[in-house]
Design a binder for this molecule. Structure first.
Ligand code: HDE
Length: 713
């Protein structure tokens, strides 16, 4: 029991550590950095009130100099992100696989800091870009910090770190005109993708709804690489890490993404912040796929190839823990911007594999933190400080925050009593897994990495029809934005290798033909002295017809918690229906927002004032998950006259959202473009709140998709 209490304290250990560095400015005087009290921060020191500013003005110099240096380089990738604090709890001991404290001790609450991000855009770009999302978790474990720096997709674009700069240079704004921002739909990206077929698997995930999530809280997370778990006996198992969101995996449509980018480009950031602020803590389960060492070669793909997933039907995901995010950062810069993730941050019981992408990452992240944060002492920044105590001999450098005592900073030493001393593995020291390697030094790629089509094809086959339609539209949009015919043509040929119907539909949209063949090599990821023919991607294999978990049609649909519901009202709305619906939705933890023709207050038919959350001219239907219109003749007559309310309804309908109306509320629907489509299971007129709740929990009524496309919005 004593042990348990002790372990439990570890979550608060990190909070206490952060509190030590947190400064409260309430009731405090303004001072200089030296603590000198200040009586004027509005005027510089001048030779007369209309005279020139004096060099003597140390207050002006301190203020301006500090301002001049307020920025640090933004991350070269994943620049735009948002983060939160929380904890991880192990629900199932996996001692048989790993000796890590975090995987053996179910009584611990390990503090975490999690940063979500887009990849390509700059720090100020929109949250709704079609892109991969970063999902980086810092576990402050008692044995040292472990960083699981993953994405919301289970695979990556390339197989070898050597190609990362090429990938990123191709997707970032083009170097001559710095266009486009936070968008992959341009020539250089497709020039690269069409010549690098290993990108296709991650690429088709980005073209799917996974590339435009509804919320960070509704995304899966993946460690991507195969890692190792090492148990007390030193035995290794291969492992893939999965985060499964409690709210299921949900997305918006491309039309919404485009409009949200204008209406609220902080949509995901705000959503995460508001959910935590209101006590609706985001939650994920941690799952593992474990493969025995002896089964390393039993698959049709290579476990070391980061462009491949292990279908869950082949190796099920075992749920072993849960992560809850329960606290927003105090300060964006100090925490979210300065947090430094390093895939090389590891603890005993977990280890790396030879995945050539992972190996490159182990180098890159420390290097990039040096240029972002400016000093090897970045681990001393409060958000980066481990909970485990750290004693190193590398101590000098910019911004040393500690005062290391003593005469020695080297090992071995006698003068310092041999300290800091070495530990034994039995006492918790890290020891790399002793993998046997017997190989030639070679710059090249394993033949087992050359299947580039089977898994994108498996992904596409596994999607529901509506998801396939979204993928077709996404490819059509992206390629439609390219200016070079030969790039589009090459792409059509290549996606034809994934699925001929997909390529045909995209070709029709582009008004192009799919070429019968294109210049070889298809894939340029070949070794220096390789024969081109030997290094073509292999032809598509079908080792699994479908993997249902890859489709969002099979995600969880059991809650409406935190869903944003717009109540459209004007003076005179029917209080009874309003109140009954509101209560029912809020009981299920949905968030009700009153949208009215103006700000301030609206009066219901019982004469009470209700605070308006947003005036119609300040908001858009794409920011909501569903709409409700209570009865009340007077109210509905006003709403009918405002075209923005009709646009609001038409758009929600076209995005396949649920709409409910009571009493005269129906008249508003009849005035909108959806009047003919009332035979729709997510259009509920004078129905019980339970049916509306059920419809919202199903996220969207995709059966409406064809009809919805006819609505002019
Ligand atoms: Fe990253 N990546 N990456 N990456 N990555 C960075 O590190 C890099 C890769 C990922 O919220 C950078 O601190 C290389 C895969 C996330 O702060 C940089 C390669 C995966 C984040 C870097 C990869 C990721 C980064 C930029 C190929 C998923 C944001 C700033 C070998 C498993 C972390 C920074 C945060 C950030 C390099 C590939 C995920 C430059 C060289 C694969 C979530 O070091």
């Amino acid at each position: 029991m004593a042990e348990k209490n002790n372990e439990k304290s570890s979550e608060s250990d990190k909070s206490r550590q952060l509190e030590e560095y947190t400064i409260d400015y309430a009731n405090k005087p303004l001072t200089t950095r030296q603590g000198l009290k200040v009586n004027d921060t509005n005027n510089s020191l001048k030779a007369g009130v209309r005279g020139s500013t004096l060099l003597e003005d140390f207050l002006l110099r301190e203020k301006i100099t500090s301002f001049d240096h307020e920025r640090i380089p933004e991350r070269i990738v994943h620049a735009r992100g948002s983060a939160a604090h929380g904890y991880f709890e192990l629900t199932k001991n996996i001692k048989k696989y790993s000796k890590a404290g975090i995987f053996t001790d179910t009584s611990r609450k390990t503090p975490v800091f999690v940063r979500f991000s887009t990849v390509a855009g700059s720090k100020g770009s929109t949250d709704l870009a079609r892109d991969v999302r970063g999902f980086a978790v810092k576990f402050y474990t008692k044995e040292g910090t472990w960083d699981l720096v993953g994405n919301n997709m289970p695979i990556f674009f390339i197989q070898d770190a050597m190609k990362f700069p090429d990938l990123i240079h191709s997707v970032k704004p083009e170097p001559n005109n710095e266009i486009p921002q936070a968008a992959s739909a341009h020539d250089t990206f497709y020039d690269f993708v069409s010549k690098t077929t290993e990108t296709l698997h991650n690429h088709i995930w980005v073209m799917s709804d996974r590339g435009i999530p509804r919320s960070y809280r509704m995304m899966e997370g993946f460690g991507i690489h195969t890692f190792r778990l090492i148990n007390e006996e030193g035995k290794s198992h291969f492992v893939k890490f999965h985060w499964k969101p409690k709210l299921g995996v949900h997305s918006v449509t491309w039309d919404e993404a485009v409009k949200i980018s204008g209406a609220d480009s902080d949509f995901h950031r705000r959503d995460l912040w508001d959910a935590i602020d209101s006590g609706n803590f985001p939650e994920w389960q941690l799952g593992i796929q474990v493969v025995a060492e002896e089964d390393e070669h039993k698959f049709d793909f290579d476990l070391l190839d980061p462009t491949k997933l292990i279908p869950e039907e082949m190796v099920p995901v075992e749920i072993i823990g849960r992560m809850v995010l329960n606290k927003n950062p105090e300060n964006f810069f100090a925490e979210t911007e300065q947090v430094a993730f390093l895939p090389g941050n590891i603890v005993p019981g977990i280890d790396f594999t030879n995945d050539p992408l992972l190996q490159g990452r182990l180098f890159s992240y420390r290097d990039t933190q040096l240029s972002r944060l400016g000093s090897p002492n970045f681990h001393q920044i409060p958000i980066n400080r481990p909970v485990a105590e750290s004693y190193v001999n590398q101590r000098d450098g910019h911004m040393q925050m500690e005062i290391p005592k003593g005469q020695t900073a080297y090992f071995p030493n006698a003068l310092g009593g041999g300290c800091p001393y070495l530990s034994k593995v039995a006492d918790g020291a890290f020891e790399s897994y002793q993998e046997r390697i017997d190989a030639k030094k070679i710059r090249g790629r394993s033949e087992s990495f050359s299947d580039h089509f089977s898994q994108p094809a498996l992904f596409y086959r596994s999607l529901a029809d509506w998801e396939k339609e979204h993928v077709i539209s996404a490819y059509s949009f992206e390629l439609g934005k390219c200016n070079h015919e030969e790039i589009k043509s090459r792409m059509l040929f290549i996606i034809g290798q994934i699925d001929s119907n997909l390529a045909k539909r995209v070709a029709d949209n582009l008004g192009m033909e799919i070429p019968e063949d294109i210049d070889r090599p298809l894939n340029q990821s070949i070794g220096a002295d390789a024969v081109v023919e030997d290094h073509q991607p292999g032809s598509k294999k079908i080792y699994l017809e479908k993997s249902p978990v890859l489709s969002q049609a099979n995600t969880k649909f059991d809650t409406i918690a935190t869903r944003q519901i717009a109540f459209l009202v004007a003076d005179g709305f029917h209080m009874q229906s309003f109140q009954a619906m509101r209560k029912a939705l809020e009981n299920e933890k949905a968030v009700v927002k009153i949208i009215a023709p103006h700000g301030g207050m609206v009066k219901c038919d019982e004469g009470m004032d209700h605070k308006v959350d947003a005036a119609i001219m300040t908001t858009e239907s794409v920011l909501f998950d569903a709409i409700y219109i209570p009865g009340g003749k007077k109210s509905v007559n006003v709403l009918k006259e405002e075209s923005k309310f009709l646009k609001f309804i038409n758009e929600a309908f076209s995005h396949c959202k649920s709409i409910a109306a009571d009493g005269e509320g129906e008249h508003l629907l009849e005035t909108s473009s959806i009047k003919e489509y009332k035979e729709d299971e997510a259009i509920l007129i004078n129905e019980k709140p339970e049916l509306f709740i059920d419809a919202i929990s199903r996220h969207r009524n995709w059966k409406r998709m064809q009809v919805a496309q006819k609505i002019p919005v």
